[in-house]
Design a protein around this ligand. Structure first.
Ligand code: ADP
Ligand code: MG
Length: 336
């Protein structure tokens, strides 16, 4: 008899879920991204006990009818990708069809949704199995209610941080997404307490809502292009660099990312202005499709650049260019 055997669907789903949903903040990230993909102009997030007990994300996006509700929690089901060519022209956050399935596999998930056409319904999935289906009326949009995350994966649960640390990871996700979408209204509550409100507006006012209006006021606008790499955003002037360590935001095509090369470029550019320099930087990168790969791993926020050295240089130049422009704007005009 063969020793090798095919794993059961239940085990396959749990393993896959563990890869996509590492912690409450990953669920929040996926649900907010889905709301954005659904065209929402308002996203409300509410959590309890660092997201371990409850995560609720409500949007006013296009919603799902009964037929879509029956499919959305299954693995590899998506409305965002049809053929392999689409992979290279993606304009949505998601496309793998794994997030909802992963959350559903490791929690009690209640999805309530309604479309513009008035189709609506509710489905409750626990540990990947449908436990209830209701034919209810709802207003347009979708609510995902995630309860008891990791209830059936106790080891994962023990590896979570304290409530405070899970909360701060979730806040980080909310703020990053809010900064990359100043046109969307965001409301974020921990229990009954409102932690963040983002009113639709310009990028600078959204940054002010996220990190404080005093710091945001002094930021310098960045707008620089070199060798096809486009850098925009706002950064601290060299004179005011007392931000917090976590006040460095980086986005690639409007998606929050992390990249060591870019972080290094930022710290090197500020180095001459003091060793204790902690600038606020909000940088948006863009470059031609073939120059980057963002789809390295669903749970990671890494991006791979075809030419990392070039990106490093352009970001350095973009920051220096911004300082120079600021200096020119403030130097007295000498009439010779
Ligand atoms: P993906 O985002 O990769 O398509 P998900 O598992 O995150 O996969 O979601 C599966 C599908 O469920 C989506 O493709 C979409 O059709 C639907 N869906 C998920 N969230 C929402 C939402 N907030 N509003 C409308 N449809 C949604
Ligand atoms: Mg998704």
């Amino acid at each position: 008899m063969a020793e090798i055997h095919l794993l059961s669907d239940e085990i396959i789903n749990k393993i896959a879920a563990g890869e996509v949903i590492e912690r409450p903040a990953s669920a929040v990230k996926e649900l907010i991204e889905n709301a954005i993909d659904a065209g929402a102009t308002r996203i409300q997030v509410q959590i309890e006990q660092g997201g371990k007990k409850k995560i609720q994300v409500t949007d006013n996006g296009k919603g799902m009818g009964a037929a879509d509700l029956d499919l959305c929690y299954l693995r590899h089901t998506t409305s965002k990708l049809t053929n392999a060519d689409d992979l290279f022209h993606l304009h949505t956050n998601g496309f793998r069809g794994e997030a909802v399935a992963s959350i559903a596999a490791v929690s009690k998930l209640t999805i309530t949704s309604a479309t513009q056409e008035g189709e609506s319904g509710r489905i409750i999935v626990k540990g990947g199995e449908v436990i209830e289906k209701e034919d209810i009326q709802a207003s347009r949009g979708t609510t995902f209610l995630v309860e008891d995350l990791f209830y059936n994966t106790p080891v994962r649960r023990t590896f979570l941080g304290s409530e405070t640390s899970e909360c701060s990871r979730i806040l980080d996700i909310v703020l990053k997404t809010a900064i990359s979408h100043p046109e969307i209204r965001f409301d974020y509550k921990v229990g009954d307490r409102t932690v963040f409100t983002g009113v639709p507006g310009e990028l600078r006012s959204r940054i002010a809502e996220a990190i404080g209006s005093k710091v945001a006021k002094g930021l310098l606008p960045v707008d620089y292009t070199e060798a096809g790499v486009h850098v925009t955003g706002y950064i601290s002037p060299t004179t005011e660099t007392n931000g917090k360590r976590n006040h460095q935001f980086l986005f690639m095509r409007n998606r929050p990312i992390e990249n060591k090369m870019v972080s290094k470029a930022v710290s090197q550019a500020y180095e001459p202005y003091g060793a204790q320099c902690k600038p606020v930087t909000v940088l948006f990168l863009d470059m031609p499709d073939m120059e980057f790969d963002i789809n390295v791993h669903p749970a990671k926020r890494e991006v791979r650049f075809a030419n990392g050295n070039l990106v490093f240089l352009v970001v350095t130049h973009a920051i220096r260019d911004t300082f120079t422009k600021d200096l020119e704007a403030h130097s007295p005009i000498i009439d010779l």
